[in-house]
Ligand binder design. Structure first.
Ligand code: NAD
Ligand code: ZN
Length: 362
């Protein structure tokens, strides 16, 4: 058993940094020493008590990078000392979705059977005599975590862990939504709603795919400089207009954009993003998460005329164990610069400050 620090949410609200015990990995599991983690809005949904099927106390975090500390019986694909990314979206390699090249939705995951423990229904974390839940199997807000082998990607030993932790969720999700889920074509027009870590990664993906116009939409104009640096051609604030933003985008492009992306997580912006895509061949990708239990209602004519409305989970068809190492090789070859997404670097004890910065739109 390892004793180390972890940020525990005892209930929705705040995190407290505690000393926790992390049990050794069981058969088929890997114990990882985490070196860096990002903060994603999904962790904020969890802290607000809005994430579906969440159970407290829990160690949040799902965008981390680390080094294998020890492996359980039968683990063959990695060894202590290997650099790895724990995967909030696993790849068992055997289920029908894993065998389908068009899907990245593993059926042997915590999504298919909602649960906040490891696959054998037990926890490897305890604190003050209490069992602590895992989050998305990865719980990266801890100095050590235990993850099933098939939810870990081994990466290049040269990868800087404090930079590539973003590949565990934010960068892969946004970039993959453009490349895989929407399949953005060269010369096309795109609109990206929300310019957080996810939306800015969508902008990078649209640019890499050769889009000729990328319209970035956010109510926080402080996000525009970075969006432009990453490839946005226009930046607009819905609050600067009297009319609905979907009408503004339709006028700007003639008939609506070819691809729209919602990277915020509000029902009204999801509908606005859908209506901004052109009525015939437009594709709208929903990335943002609504609070658990919420519903959306739309005018069905929006779809009747031919539009496509899709969702994506961490990178579209990117199978995480196969693709994360390749994406990181691309990063090391300087094919794209995801470092631009990093706004602040804080020591672990200041995790609550990190959330304050997220809430303040910084
Ligand atoms: P973030 O908070 O960093 O960014 C959200 C952005 O939206 C901010 O810049 C904010 O100013 C902007 N915004 C808020 N209200 C707006 C409005 N009405 N109109 C225009 N812009 C508005 O969040 P993030 O970490 O980038 O995550 C974005 C969403 O994606 C969240 O809902 C998160 O849960 C979800 N997410 C989904 C997946 C997935 O696999 N589908 C993965 C990770 C995150
Ligand atoms: Zn995330």
């Amino acid at each position: 058993v390892i004793r180390c620090r972890a940020a525990v949410a005892w209930a929705p609200g705040k995190l407290s940094v505690e000393e926790v015990e992390v049990a050794p990995p069981k058969a088929g599991e890997v114990r990882i020493k985490l070196v860096a983690t990002g903060i994603c809005c999904t962790d904020e949904h969890l802290l607000q008590g809005c994430f579906p099927n969440a159970e407290f106390p829990v160690i949040p975090g799902h965008e981390g990078a680390g080094i294998v500390e020890s492996v359980g019986e039968g683990v063959t694909s990695m060894k202590p000392g290997d650099k790895v990314i724990p995967l909030c979206h696993p790849q068992c390699g055997e289920c029908s979705f894993c065998r389908n090249p068009e899907s990245n939705f593993c059926q042997k995951s915590h999504f298919s059977e909602a649960q906040n423990l490891l696959p054998d229904k037990t926890s490897r974390f305890s604190c003050k005599g209490k069992q602590i839940h895992h989050f998305l199997w990865v719980s990266t807000f801890a100095e050590y975590t235990v993850v099933p082998e098939y939810a870990v990607a081994k990466i290049d030993a040269a990868a800087p862990l404090d930079k590539v932790c973003l590949f565990g969720c934010g960068f892969s999700t946004g970039y993959g939504a453009a490349i895989n889920t929407a399949k953005v074509k060269p010369g096309s027009t795109c609109a990206v709603f929300g310019l957080g870590g996810i939306g800015l990664s969508v902008v990078m993906g649209c640019k890499a795919a050769g889009a000729s116009r990328i319209i970035a939409v956010d109510i926080n104009k402080d996000k525009f400089a970075k969006a432009k640096e990453l490839g946005a051609t226009d930046c607009i604030n819905p609050r600067d207009f009297q009319k609905p933003i979907q009408e503004v985008l339709t006028e700007m492009t003639g008939q609506g954009v070819d691809y729209s992306f919602e990277a915020i997580g509000h029902a009204d912006t999801m509908i606005a993003a859908l209506a901004s895509s052109n009525m015939s061949t437009g594709v709208c990708v929903m990335i943002g998460e609504l609070d658990s239990g919420s519903e959306i209602s739309i005018d069905p004519t929006l779809l009747l005329t031919g539009r496509t409305w899709k969702g994506t989970v961490v990178g579209g068809s990117w199978k995480m164990r196969d693709c994360i190492p390749k994406l990181i090789s691309g990063y090391l070859e300087k094919k794209f610069n995801s470092d631009t997404l990093i706004t602040h670097t804080l020591p672990f004890a200041k995790v609550n400050e990190g959330f304050e910065l997220l809430r303040a739109g910084k």
